[in-house]
Design a protein around this ligand. Structure first.
Ligand SMILES: [Zn+2]
Length: 307
């Protein structure tokens, strides 16, 4: 959706509330007291009332907007900006664009949206043929690490480890428009604390369908793949062949690095996952076009807030 269409469709708070309610009606409301799913809408209170127990639910309650006092329209604008650009927005930039006086609620809103995106992607497993490798992303030393001496040559920067998986489907004897022997499907990036074979095995079990084929280098980190129901094809990969043998996983890593650095500069390690969530969510829906805004809105409404 372009900016003019967005403004025409959502000119004010009222239009955003109506849209949010329309989607919530479609998704369905669950009563937090009795789990009942039949509700009536009380117009003058702007609340749902459970037909079973009479418990009231606000429009935001139990969704991603739970607990936020920012106007619905701020959320809509944030979702529009995130879904209509290839890049992203920092909280500071968004705060400026909204003319809001406080940074924190805007920051929280963006992080909630990224959490929603991460949760959505977690619902699907990658399948078929998958390239897998680790990426090392620059982050700043967290408070806990500040007193430790840093390794030489890295200044105040640390590297955070990220497990990266990319569906990479062979295009039988041909090449894609970009001259690649395989075409990329969905990707996933997960921040990990260590490269132990057990850590990586558990994440592969969770994120990749059984019977899939996984291509990797011959690192020891993958030694436990033999315990799970996948076909593992480890290869010794000479440095100059990496981009040939595992093309997509490396393109994904370098694109994500460039984008993150560009927007967020000094990334604290505990927030890296959040930015990666957004990157992967948008990459995985790169052909959605205008539908992406609605999809994110539906994900926000469907998000189960446990607070
Ligand atoms: Zn109820």
């Amino acid at each position: 959706m372009n900016l003019l269409n967005f403004i025409a469709q959502f000119p004010d708070e009222e239009s955003c509330i109506l849209k949010y309610k329309e989607i919530r009606d479609n998704v369905g409301v669950k009563c937090s007291m009795c789990n009942g799913s039949t509700h009536r809408w009380i117009e003058n209170k702007s609340q749902y009332e459970c037909s079973n127990c009479g418990n009231r639910t606000t429009l935001r309650s139990g969704t991603a907007l739970h607990g936020s006092r920012l106007p619905f329209r701020y959320w809509f604008i944030a979702m529009h900006l995130i879904t209509s650009t290839k890049k992203s927005f920092s909280a500071l930039e968004l705060q400026r664009q909204l003319g809001h006086n406080r940074y924190e609620p805007v920051w929280l809103m963006l992080h909630k949206l990224r959490e929603v995106m991460g949760k959505r992607d977690e619902e699907y497993q990658l399948a078929n043929v998958i390239e897998l490798d680790e990426g090392f992303f620059s982050t700043i030393a967290s408070d806990a690490d500040k007193d430790k001496p840093l390794k030489r040559g890295r200044g105040s920067q640390k590297k955070s480890k990220v497990l990266v998986m990319a569906e990479s489907i062979p295009v039988d004897g041909q090449t894609t428009k970009k001259g690649k022997p395989r075409k990329v499907g969905h990707i996933r990036m997960i921040v990990i604390n260590d490269l132990k074979s057990e850590t990586i095995k558990l994440l592969v079990e969770k994120n990749i369908e059984e019977k899939s084929i996984i291509d990797t280098d011959n690192s020891n980190s993958y030694s436990k793949f033999k315990d799970i129901d996948i076909e593992h094809r480890p290869q010794i990969i000479p440095k100059d062949k990496v981009n040939e043998i595992l093309p997509w996983v490396h393109i994904a890593i370098s694109n994500a690095k460039r984008l993150l650095l560009d927007i967020h500069h000094d990334i604290e390690p505990q927030y890296l996952q959040s930015y990666l969530n957004e990157y992967c969510y948008k990459f995985n829906r790169r052909y959605f076009g205008d539908k992406l805004f609605d999809r994110l809105l539906i994900a926000c409404v469907s998000y189960k807030n446990n607070n």
